[in-house]
Ligand binder design. Structure first.
Ligand SMILES: Cc1cc2nc3c(=O)[nH]c(=O)nc-3n(C[C@H](O)[C@H](O)[C@H](O)COP(=O)(O)OP(=O)(O)OC[C@H]3O[C@@H](n4cnc5c(N)ncnc54)[C@H](O)[C@@H]3O)c2cc1C
Length: 236
């Protein structure tokens, strides 16, 4: 793409779940769409391993569920928690009126690679990895595209519609002068892995104490664990 100009109907900045799903849906509807992703791949650890029943239902409605569930995943039908000294069943998904009555544990990069593969079946779908949106193209007060940066140049993408799906620190939002509301968060979460023994319980498990929470997600040969702690300086 070097320093070229390309023209599409819709240009989406950001190939996370929002951008890839929108790209897939538009391409499926016959819209010429390009998704720009600044990284070379989708590999981001600790970005969401739980694919919830509502998302699985959507995949089912899109006719993708059988292929999707062929990807390696763990099924979580119930959630158990320990509040202080008491152990409780906290959720049972087996009663849901959905086709998949469970959470699927699957790394986000598998989910995104899957969506990319499915979207590429449509000739109107284009995915540009290693392509970072850097600025908006404005003409007569309207946004008519994006400037981007790649290892080999600075292409311009002209589009009838530009969508910012570039995450929390969105360049598109900032360049458009849009403001986000910051509601603050009284806690941070530390994510880490622990090895998982064959004799460990298969339960996805939460341990709750006053002001603290730790969850253990079964990822096959390891546990993925988020642990919340109070943010320094927070009174909450
Ligand atoms: C630690 C953690 C654990 C989580 N666990 C779960 C979970 O278990 N289940 C769940 O459902 N959700 C989970 N989430 C939430 C989930 O990850 C987010 O809701 C989801 O990723 C948001 O998707 P998005 O597409 O809006 O943004 P993002 O996922 O942030 O995607 C934005 C994309 O845009 C790209 N990008 C950024 N700037 C540019 C640019 N200028 N040009 C081009 N590309 C750009 C980024 O590289 C990224 O790929 C978790 C989040 C975190 C942080």
């Amino acid at each position: 793409m070097a320093d070229s100009t390309i023209t599409v109907k819709c240009c989406i900045a950001g190939g996370g779940p929002a951008g890839m799903m929108l790209g897939f849906l538009l391409a499926r509807a016959g819209v010429d769409v390009v998704v720009l992703e600044k990284h070379a791949d989708f590999f981001r650890d600790f970005r969401g391993d739980t694919v919830h029943p509502s998302t699985l239902e959507l995949m089912s409605e899109l006719g993708l569920i059988d292929a999707f569930l062929k990807l390696p995943h763990q099924k979580v039908e119930t959630l158990t928690g320990q509040v202080g000294a008491e152990r409780l069943k906290m959720a049972d998904f087996r009663h849901l009126p959905t086709r998949c009555k469970f959470i699927a544990l699957m790394p986000q990069w598998d989910f995104l690679n899957f969506l990319a593969e499915q979207a590429k079946r449509y000739k109107t779908f284009h995915l540009r990895m290693n392509t970072e949106a850097t600025d908006l193209v404005e003409e007569s007060g309207s946004i008519i595209g994006l400037h981007a940066k790649t290892p080999s140049g600075t292409p311009t993408i002209r589009a009838d519609l530009v969508v910012g799906c570039d995450g929390r620190h969105s360049t598109v939002r900032e360049k458009a002068g849009l403001k986000s509301d910051d509601y603050g968060a009284p806690m941070d979460v530390l994510w880490f892995r622990m090895s998982r023994k064959g004799s460990d319980s298969a339960d996805t498990f939460g341990h709750i104490e006053a002001g603290r929470l730790m969850v253990m997600l079964d990822r096959g040969d390891y546990w993925q664990c988020p642990m919340s702690f109070r943010r320094v300086g927070s009174r909450a």
